[in-house]
Design a protein around this ligand. Structure first.
Ligand SMILES: C[S@@+](CC[C@H](N)C(=O)[O-])C[C@H]1O[C@@H](n2cnc3c(N)ncnc32)[C@H](O)[C@@H]1O
Length: 231
């Protein structure tokens, strides 16, 4: 799958397999998880069934499984999914995911995927969220913070020995920016270039609305994590 699917404007460099959206598989096995599992756990019922869209190498999946959630982890990269443990895995583009009439207590679309540069892809991602969430269920999304594209370059040094850098964000037209990120370890270096559509709160909520979802509440003060529900 990852050899054939091309996502224009998305690329990556560095050792090992690179996904169609430019993520390095080995990098995502090395990156430590942050407070994501805490935010998620506080927003959903204990033991919920979770459909995690764009799970990568299981960085967030694994702590969720450890906390007793039943996770179905979806990614279009088979190499990413090979790293996932303790969850059911499904290899597919999120936009065309077909799980029949199965539904979940929680559907998660994290990692800023909602900022896709392509309107059709974003609409497809949100349609998938609505299709697979129970009527009484919850959709959790992760948006870019207000300062994501400003104050550049910015750098963060992680305790596990990784330096992450957002190097640049250049407009490429139609409200879309091309973002370049770098990840440096003592023994390896990766880059990712990806497209990001700027989304005001109003635009974000409008796209959710078009997909049959509405914001229930913003979970974090920075407005990054969002709890949405079916309309
Ligand atoms: C930035 S990584 C984040 C992985 C994981 N959520 C994490 O936080 O560690 C994004 C992942 O989403 C997957 N992905 C991106 N767009 C996708 C799509 N449209 N369909 C399926 N997988 C997608 C990529 O293959 C990659 O593994």
């Amino acid at each position: 799958m990852s050899g054939q699917l091309v996502r224009e404007g998305y690329s990556g460099t560095g050792p090992g397999a690179i996904t169609p959206d430019g993520c390095a598989v080995e990098l995502y096995t090395r990156l430590a998880v942050g407070d994501e599992p805490d935010v998620i756990e506080a927003a959903v019922p204990a033991g919920a069934s979770i459909l995690e869209l764009g799970c990568g190498a299981g960085r967030v999946t694994h702590p969720l499984v450890e906390r007793g959630f039943a996770v179905t982890a979806v990614d279009e990269s088979p190499q990413m999914l090979e790293k996932v443990r303790g969850a059911r895995t499904v290899c597919a583009p999120i936009e065309s995911l077909d799980l029949g009439d199965e539904t979940f207590d929680v559907v998660m679309l994290a990692s800023f995927l909602v900022h896709s540069g392509d309107h059709r892809v974003r609409d497809g991602l949100l349609r998938t969220c609505r299709r697979y969430v129970r009527d009484a269920g919850v959709v959790l999304l992760q948006r870019e913070g207000a300062d994501y594209h400003t104050a550049l370059p910015r750098e963060r040094v992680h305790p596990a020995g990784c330096t992450t850098r957002i190097v640049s964000s250049e407009p490429v037209g139609d409200g879309v920016r091309s973002v370049r990120a770098e990840y440096e370890f003592a023994d390896a270096r990766w880059t990712q270039t990806f497209l990001s559509r700027l989304l005001s709160k109003e635009e974000f909520e409008g796209y959710l609305d078009a997909a049959g979802l509405r914001v229930d509440r913003y979970l974090t003060d920075d407005g990054v994590w969002v709890r949405a529900v079916p309309k």
